[in-house]
Design a protein around this ligand. Structure first.
Ligand SMILES: Nc1ncnc2c1ncn2[C@@H]1O[C@H](COP(=O)(O)OP(=O)(O)OP(=O)(O)O)[C@@H](O)[C@H]1O
Ligand SMILES: O=C(O)c1ccc[n+]([C@@H]2O[C@H](COP(=O)([O-])O)[C@@H](O)[C@H]2O)c1
Length: 208
């Protein structure tokens, strides 16, 4: 008798990726290996639910930078699903749609950093979203681990959510810092892939 095929284990890495950097890539790769994921889909947000910014105007650039950054990893792919939509990017809608193309035995892992997951309670239809995915929440430099664990426990109980906390090497890199560095004429080398760095300069991004 043949053994039953196990469902696919798929990671979702959502973010503004403005720009994508080694903090995102390292996080995704660490979770991929720790959770034996078959692949990770990077989904740049179209219009962010929680950030006041010009993300809509930089859709093409953010998609291109994400594609360049993941090129060398066969387990990573990028989706323009949220970028193509006119509406605000709500994770519950993205995941609801994604599930339609999957088998019932497949499982979804929504990867986030600590700063993003602690706001989960305020996400659109967070309880419904929690039924579809397991959240994998990574610590981030500057975050107090005990406080983080306590906040996650409150969310687990309130939303009946599966949230796993995980530890990854700390990389104090943020997109905000990279944008500021470009604006101030400081180096961004080694904070993000060379191909993304070259693209930023070629397109003159983040100068003002
Ligand atoms: N250095 C990092 N270590 C761990 N997680 C990170 C890191 N940078 C970003 N993340 C996580 O990646 C996801 C997408 O992040 P996002 O695109 O908003 O990047 P960011 O660097 O936080 O951006 P910004 O500085 O513009 O707010 C979020 O869940 C965030 O917590
Ligand atoms: O759906 C929501 O209401 C919601 C609110 C805040 C953040 N998110 C998602 O969380 C991911 C990380 O967001 P951010 O803002 O930290 O880049 C990204 O996929 C966002 O779409 C989703």
């Amino acid at each position: 008798m043949e053994a039953a095929a196990r469902g696919k284990r798929i990671g979702i890495m959502g973010g503004s990726f403005n720009p994508i950097h080694y903090g995102h890539l390292m996080l995704a790769e660490q979770i991929r290996t720790q959770y034996a994921l078959d692949k990770i889909i990077f989904i740049p947000v179209g219009i962010a639910a929680h950030k006041a910014n010009n993300l809509k105007e930089t859709r093409t650039e953010r998609f291109r930078m994400t594609a360049l950054a993941i090129e060398s990893n066969p387990f990573f792919e990028v989706s323009d699903y949220e970028l193509k939509r006119e509406a605000v990017s709500y994770s519950v809608e993205t995941v609801r749609d994604l599930r339609k193309s999957l088998d019932a035995s497949d499982s979804l892992y929504f990867i986030t950093g600590a700063d993003a997951i602690i706001l989960l309670d305020s996400w659109y239809h967070s309880k419904e979203l929690s039924q579809y995915v397991t959240f994998v929440a990574a610590t981030r430099p500057g975050v107090d681990t005990e406080e983080f664990e306590a906040k996650i426990q409150v969310l687990r109980e309130k939303l009946d959510a599966k949230i796993e906390m995980c530890f990854i090497p700390a990389l104090a890199i943020s997109s905000t810092d990279i944008r500021t560095r470009v604006q101030e004429g400081k180096s961004i080398k080694y904070l993000l892939p060379e191909s993304v760095e070259a693209y930023i300069y070629e397109k003159g991004l983040y100068r003002v």
